[in-house]
Design a protein. Structure first.
Length: 191
């Protein structure tokens, strides 16, 4: 049977070591927190908005037909050619904001007229025609379809979609941004 006087010193030693172990564990956690807070973190710049890609139509990689300029708030969603050969056409899709459908249509009609197109209103939008080399041709035809979005928000940001059916155009700029599909909005779609 163990003696009582030997048991007391080991209990006392354990009791004295316990606060030191807790203190050592807390100190270790503090060091980990300080080191972890500085490792792998970005430097604060004060600017927390991502850089936005340039407006594809302003960069000029694939410009609109000569003289045609859009005068309403829009965002280019997609741009690309559809069809092949002499039937190929450019399909440019925009989202418009802030204005109602009638005002966007009026501004598009004014832009077409200013660029030398004869315009005609259709149920879905507009058709613009101008002569190329003295003759009407597919290269001088622009069709525009406007679709107002059914948005229940009281003041929606995106009000509608503008689809432009245009003649195809070749890349017109050597700007490196023209190699970025997020700038040109010309995304390759697998067949």
């Amino acid at each position: 049977m163990p003696r009582a006087d030997h048991a007391a010193p080991s209990s006392r030693a354990r009791a004295l070591r316990a606060p030191h172990a807790v203190l050592l564990a807390v100190a270790g956690l503090v060091v980990l927190a300080l080191v972890g807070a500085t490792q792998g973190r970005a430097e604060p710049t004060g600017n927390y908005r991502p850089e936005l890609a340039a407006d594809p139509l302003e960069v000029g990689c694939y410009p609109l037909p000569e003289g045609l300029e859009l005068d309403f708030p829009y965002v280019v969603r997609t741009d690309g050619d559809i069809g092949t050969g002499d039937r190929a056409r450019r399909h440019l899709v925009l989202h418009w904001s802030l204005l109602d459908r009638a005002e966007v249509r009026d501004r598009l009609e004014a832009a077409l007229t200013e660029a030398g197109y004869a315009t005609e209103t259709t149920s879905g939008g507009l058709v613009g025609r101008r002569t190329v080399a003295g003759e009407p041709s597919e290269a001088g035809r622009v069709e525009i379809r406007l679709t107002e979005l059914d948005n229940p928000a009281p003041d929606p940001i995106v009000r509608g979609v503008v689809e432009l059916d245009l003649p195809t155009t070749e890349r017109a700029s050597a700007d490196p941004d023209c190699d970025n599909s997020f700038v040109t909005k010309r995304f390759e779609v697998a067949p």
